[in-house]
Design a protein around this ligand. Structure first.
Ligand code: CP3
Length: 346
């Protein structure tokens, strides 16, 4: 298992072919997932370890993927803090009691993820049993403090993130207290997932690109670093992913991570040059490229692979999560193309 392509690439060791997995690979673009969703809500799927295991395995059974990611979401950890989470049809996640004041921050509980998120830890154990004979490693994950704070403060999706930035600038004491709690929660949750069997951990900072580099450095970096420092006690590779980070990749790296996730707005080789040789990189195909015809898609994939050719430590992925309407057949061809194009004969 430690010799799997994915874990070797995380450690920047040479591989026989470039490993590939896709962020949000278990989900709505798959008919098997949509079928289960006619019977269960997303939270029901996440909170039942047997069902969560089944969903995790769906893309593994369908495609030649090099890693699995546990089926969960970044938001259930907020429930243990006292936030009321609901996924509304067509609208996405909603927090009914968003945190907008110093008082509300003070009332947030710091939960013990081994208790409040035991369903995901249990699911990890079940998935590991299925993956072990196939030699495929399992990734655990958490939302990063800023992305979690965005949902906790805004109460759901938000275009300009006015509420979260207002709290950050106007109430620095409350902000630092909130981020401290979220960093501890994210770090402990990641650590618990590794203890349950996850062989790599990814921190998703999906909305961090909304910040200026200066604000990131002052208000966010110390907390992402804290979360990653706690998680690093597990001794497994840490993947640090954000979108819209082209103006602050060195700061993302400064916060930590053995692998840095890069979105498609940056040339992957240029990003890697900026980051230097002490990290591996993951990315970075535009998820919308999977909607293009194969003749338009194939050269985009090959170009990414060519740009980082011969340098150990590239994990192929999309630059952000796979989109709901993505054609399944294109996903299969993409994964096979990455392997075929990079295969080396020993
Ligand atoms: O990758 C995987 O296969 C694991 C599953 C996974 C989900 N969410 C399941 C899910 C992962 C890794 C996530 C992470 C996540 N969740 C992020 C970070 C990654 C990213 O894409 O930026 C964020 C921001 C969320 C929050 C979230 N969850 C939103 C905004 C939504 C609704 C809109 C959307 O993107 O689907 C969800 C719901 C959700 N989480 C679904 C899935 C499969 C779809 C729910 C459904 O079945 O209707």
């Amino acid at each position: 298992m430690q010799n799997s392509r994915f874990l070797r690439a995380c450690r920047r060791e040479p591989v026989d072919a470039t490993p590939v997995w896709l962020m949000r690979q278990a989900g709505r673009y798959m008919p098997e997932y949509r079928e289960l969703r006619t019977k269960y809500s997303i939270l029901e799927l996440i909170k039942d370890p047997v069902l969560a295991c089944e969903v995790t395995m769906q893309p593994i059974n369908a495609f030649d993927l090099d890693a699995a990611i546990i089926f969960a979401d970044i938001l259930p950890p907020l429930e243990g803090m006292g936030l009321e989470l609901e996924f509304l049809k067509g609208e996405g996640p909603v927090i009914h009691n968003p945190v907008r004041t110093a008082k509300a921050v003070g009332q947030l509980v710091l939960p013990e993820p081994r208790e409040t998120l035991s369903f995901t830890l249990e699911a990890i154990k079940l998935v590991r049993k299925e993956l072990e004979p196939r030699g495929i490693p399992l990734i655990g994950f958490s939302g990063a403090p800023f992305t979690l704070a965005s949902y906790a403060v805004e109460g759901g999706a938000s275009k300009n993130r006015i509420e979260v930035k207002k709290l950050m600038w106007n109430e620095p004491v409350a902000w630092h207290s909130l981020m401290n709690k979220l960093a501890t929660l994210a770090g402990e949750y990641l650590l618990a997932q590794a203890e349950a069997g996850a062989q790599a951990l990814q921190l998703f900072d999906s909305w961090v690109g909304e910040l200026s580099p200066a604000d990131y450095e002052k208000f966010v970096l110390p907390y992402s670093r804290k979360a990653l420092e706690i998680a690093s006690k597990a001794g497994v590779p840490l993947i640090h992913f954000g979108t819209g980070t082209s103006g602050m990749l060195p700061l993302i790296q400064k916060a930590g991570g053995d692998v840095i996730g890069v979105d498609w707005r940056t040339d992957l080789a240029a990003a890697w040059d900026e980051l230097g040789d002490s990290v591996a990189v993951q990315g970075n195909l535009d998820p919308v490229a999977l909607f293009a015809g194969w003749d338009a898609l194939q050269p985009q994939v090959e170009k990414i692979l060519d740009r980082v050719k011969g340098k150990p430590g590239h994990i192929f992925n999309l630059g952000h999560g796979i989109l709901p309407e993505t054609p399944v057949d294109t996903v299969r061809r993409l994964i096979d193309l990455v392997h075929d194009y990079t295969k080396t004969t020993p």
